[in-house]
Design a protein around this ligand. Structure first.
Ligand code: ADP
Ligand code: MG
Length: 247
């Protein structure tokens, strides 16, 4: 993990990520849209969460607030007990939280491989063995992107290939939190199932907190905790399996 001791020592026993009274209202020219209302929820290490909810229910907004891309209009988001706005959203994103965006957000002037290695450089991730490039190629290959494809500009790749690159990029960052917004939307069923298992083992084997937005009940069933977003409220589906114990 890449957090500095300063980030960690602040509140060592604090929950990993805490939403406290979080609400969010978008203010347009004509009207205000309240998307999230008074959400209290704690995300723990080593746990794989899925978030279900109808289109427009605020799933992407929730990930943006938890992932440090935006600040809630109400309430606070705390990482290890520290308000994200005090920690700094950029610092949080660079060192602690990676996001797989719904629209990928790849750097379009780069190859797939450079997209992955650049993210590793920014987050300071160092592979256990070999170079960053070798690690990136290995991850891409595991996700079905071969070495030749990895060396092409991402704009020349299909939607499904870009989605795999976006997932590889997030997996390559050695961070405590990983957020993914409908990461399997463009993939066939088998690949989607494989990727969900990858997320699951990231949580259970490496202790990462993984939060995945999905439309698929089947994929959600593989997570430890299933959350539902509806009418601005977040609820946990009762009777979930709960997180597996860390070894
Ligand atoms: P979901 O991901 O569940 O489909 P979103 O979080 O993208 O939902 O959006 C929730 C609601 O907020 C929608 O009604 C959407 O139109 C609105 N919304 C999202 N982003 C903005 C924005 N930047 N400005 C105004 N309204 C927005
Ligand atoms: Mg969305």
């Amino acid at each position: 993990m890449t957090g500095t001791s300063a980030d960690r020592s602040a509140h060592p026993t604090a929950p990993l990520l805490e939403l406290a009274g979080v609400g969010h209202t978008y203010t347009g020219q004509r009207r205000r849209t309240t998307v999230l209302r008074n959400i209290d929820y704690t995300f723990e290490r080593g746990t794989f969460y899925s978030v279900l909810g109808p289109s427009g229910s605020g799933k992407t907004t929730l990930l943006a607030l938890a992932g440090g891309l935006d600040t809630p209009t109400q309430g606070t988001v705390r990482f290890l007990g520290r308000d994200l706005t005090r920690l700094g959203l950029g610092r949080y994103r660079n060192r602690h939280a990676a996001t797989v965006f719904q629209q990928y957000n790849l750097l379009t002037y780069m190859t797939a491989l450079r997209n992955v290695t650049t993210a590793m450089e920014i987050t300071g991730a160092r592979p256990a063995t070999g170079t960053r490039k070798e690690h990136a190629l290995r991850l891409l290959a595991e996700l079905g992107v071969d070495a030749a494809t990895a060396r092409r500009n991402v704009l020349r790749l299909s939607g499904g290939q870009q989605q795999r690159v976006a997932i590889a990029r997030a997996l390559a960052c050695d961070v405590e939190l990983l957020f993914a917004d409908e990461p399997t939307g463009n993939l066939d069923e088998d690949t989607a199932a494989d990727i969900i298992e990858t997320f699951r083992s990231l949580a259970h084997d490496r202790g990462t907190c993984v939060v995945v937005v999905t439309h698929s009940q089947q994929l959600a069933a593989r997570s430890d905790r299933i959350l539902h977003l509806r009418k601005g409220r977040l609820t946990e589906q009762p009777g979930g399996a709960g997180p597996a114990r860390l070894p």
